[in-house]
Design a protein around this ligand. Structure first.
Ligand code: ARG
Length: 291
């Protein structure tokens, strides 16, 4: 008698895609004001340690074969390291942010200038929006967060700028105030025309969203990885994927396992110092999607 086979579906083969990112060395990083629940101005920060941790992420992207562009850090703007908030870029067009909090507003002209100088079709915003912190491209669809930072009107504006479907998702937990703290796009291939899926798969933290948004996510992404609260709470979802390698926080051990089971290659990078400002891996990474 032969032993019955246990049916386990093999994990699909994943392919890494080339990425071009914009980063900013945290030379002026510190926490001197509080605009999210993670920031405690009374807790000392170590700028040298922030730079060292950031450098590891930067170097890892290069080792993985990606391209990294740098924007000059501005003194007096300690949050500029979180370049995900510096814009939202698709097809060589850059939609510039309009920050919710006064403390970051001076970053916008610097990002706009960088985009212009680097040949991007640069669109200035009318509405409050915090760039790729709240807008994530999943296949051909723009997932747009609101509730804390980017205003609902920016969702209409981002639709006008890129002429793509925009899906509004409402965040409800102040710890997860940007969409990129609660949801990761796992297969960031741009558009069906490039051989990508119409809707790329995602991982998300269900409890960060209101009920209506959870319903939308469940319908649109039936195969999504649902991440546990304890992994979300260590910023596990603030990660960057190239379709195979997914850079995540070393504390998100459950998410790491889920990724492996699905055939992804999680790589751990510790940005504990930058977490004192309420940002992680994805926050420090802005994707520059070319024309
Ligand atoms: N201290 C920054 C802020 O509150 C952190 C931004 C994090 N960025 C992000 N994409 N989630 O604005």
């Amino acid at each position: 008698m032969s032993t019955p086979e246990i049916a386990t579906a093999p994990a699909p083969t994943r392919v890494a895609h080339h990425r071009r990112y914009l980063m900013c060395r945290p030379e002026h990083f510190t926490v001197e004001y509080k605009i999210n629940p993670w920031m405690e101005p009374a807790t000392p920060t170590d700028t040298a340690k922030a730079v060292e941790q950031w450098q590891k992420l930067h170097d890892l992207y290069l080792e993985l074969g990606h391209e990294v562009e740098l924007i000059e850090p501005l003194a007096g703007y300690p949050d500029m390291v979180y370049t995900a908030n510096g814009g939202f870029v698709i097809g060589g067009r850059a939609y510039v942010p309009e920050f919710y909090y006064e403390q970051r507003r001076g970053e916008s002209p610097a990002f706009a200038e960088w985009f212009r100088a680097n040949g991007f079709d640069t669109v200035l915003p009318k509405e409050v929006n915090e760039g790729e912190g709240d807008f994530l491209l999943a296949g051909d669809v723009i997932l747009a967060g609101t509730g804390f930072r980017s205003a609902g009107d920016s969702h209409r504006e981002v639709h006008e700028v890129f002429d793509r479907e925009v899906v509004t998702l409402t965040l409800v937990d102040p710890r997860f105030y940007h969409l990129d703290t609660a949801l990761t796009v796992l297969d960031p291939v741009q558009g069906v025309e490039n051989g990508g899926p119409e809707r790329a798969n995602v991982a998300y933290l269900p409890n960060a969203f209101d009920e209506a948004s959870r319903k939308i996510l469940a319908e649109r992404f039936p195969d999504a990885i649902l991440v546990a609260d304890e992994d979300g709470a260590v910023f596990g979802l603030n990660s960057a994927s190239d379709g195979y390698n997914v850079i995540i926080s070393p504390r998100a051990t459950g998410f790491e396992k889920q990724l492996r089971e699905r055939g992804y290659n999680p790589i751990m990078v510790d940005l504990s110092e930058l977490l004192l400002g309420g940002g992680g891996i994805k926050c420090c990474t802005l994707e520059l999607r070319g024309a």
